[in-house]
Write a protein that binds this ligand. Structure first.
Ligand SMILES: Nc1nc2c(ncn2[C@@H]2O[C@H](COP(=O)(O)OP(=O)(O)OP(=O)(O)O)[C@@H](O)[C@H]2O)c(=O)[nH]1
Ligand SMILES: [Mg+2]
Length: 321
């Protein structure tokens, strides 16, 4: 059978192989992945959910409980991770799979750890294709986990239909540590570990986050971010999270914002690709190497303005082409 038919038919091996192609840095692999993507249907009614939060907040444990609840409703769930910091042989793969023991072995789930050892920009570009591949293979809900440090939330926000921020069950000072810019990205805030001794603290955290959200101007998109407290341990409010996400989707579909967000993401990807290709042609242009060395030495020494050097390089590139 051809890879396309196998992928659509739900072969995990075909999906793994297609993802390996999409994540490869070899141009011929990337072209093969693109050709495959162009030939497979893009199923309607998929939902891409981003989940972020500081290390240890409970993302993987939440995804295990949430993913199993979705499967119980008949969905097929893919879990991807965007973690530019994980080293090639790091513990991310093992960690994720042990934190999601039932999900990672479930027939209706596909858990793919992060592609390690790449830049964030590279990971994000490739993850966009991986999302489409898992959708083509019949996974209708895609969860993208990212660790809540640095720029990765912004990258994941650009890949998903709805963005959830997981927050620790402590308010007050903790609240000030959460970066305002990241809270503004969130469509849903979930206070984790709302069980046992932490129930009361989680409840206070929800109230704190709700009042903090009132200080942030609404996005103007017609959706007021929701704050919930949930427990992956007891299952409390896991279905509430799903109902909120469904309400978000229904509203975004009705208003046209759902399609507009995906269209905007595709357009942003176009510019990422243009940038990557232009950079590549600068770095690889024959004969430009020594000029580049010369110009960058002048810039480092403060003898030449970086913008002037860049203009010279682009000029040289144009003449060479
Ligand atoms: N009581 C309680 N503990 C939880 C819950 N969810 C996660 N934990 C615990 O919190 C710790 C971290 O959970 P993870 O799911 O690995 O957190 P994470 O955010 O994925 O962590 P990183 O992947 O390292 O960023 C583990 O010891 C979990 O057992 C919960 O709902 N209730
Ligand atoms: Mg995790």
């Amino acid at each position: 059978m051809d890879p396309r038919a196998e992928l659509i038919g739900g072969s995990r091996r075909a999906l793994e192989q297609a993802i390996t192609l999409a994540e490869s840095t070899r141009p011929d692999h990337r072209l093969a992945a693109e050709a495959l993507l162009a030939s497979v249907p893009a199923p309607a009614n998929t939902l891409r959910i981003g989940l972020s939060g500081v290390p240890g907040v409970g993302k993987s444990t939440f995804i295990e409980a949430f993913g199993l609840a979705l499967i119980a409703e008949g969905h097929r769930v893919a879990v991807l991770a965007v973690d530019p910091s994980s080293p090639v042989t790091g513990g991310a793969i093992l960690g994720d799979k042990t934190r999601m023991p039932r999900l990672s072995t479930h027939d209706s789930a596909f858990v793919r750890p992060s592609a390690a050892g790449q830049t964030l920009g590279g990971v994000a570009r490739r993850t966009a294709d991986v999302i489409r591949l898992v959708e083509a293979a019949g996974f209708d809900i895609v969860l993208v986990e990212t660790v809540g440090v640095g720029q990765s939330e912004t990258a994941v926000h650009g890949l998903v239909d709805v963005f959830c921020l997981l927050l620790p069950p402590a308010g007050g000072d903790e609240l000030q540590g959460i970066k305002k810019g990241i809270v503004e990205l969130a469509d849903l805030l979930v206070v984790t570990k709302a069980d046992g001794d932490m129930v009361a603290a989680a409840g206070r955290a929800v109230a704190d986050y709700r009042s903090a959200l009132h200080l942030i101007a609404p996005s103007g998109l017609g959706w007021q971010p929701t704050v919930l407290a949930a427990s992956a341990l007891t299952g409390a409010a896991i279905t509430d999270v799903w109902q909120t996400l469904q309400a978000f989707r229904a509203q975004a579909l009705a208003s046209g914002r759902f399609a507009e967000r995906r269209a905007g993401q595709a357009e942003a990807r176009l510019w990422q690709e243009i940038t990557a290709h232009v950079l590549e042609s600068v770095r690889e242009a024959p004969g430009l190497g020594s000029a580049l060395d010369h110009l960058s030495a002048a810039v480092r020494a403060g003898k030449l303005h970086p913008a002037a050097a860049a203009r010279e390089i682009v000029q040289a590139l144009r003449q060479g082409s």
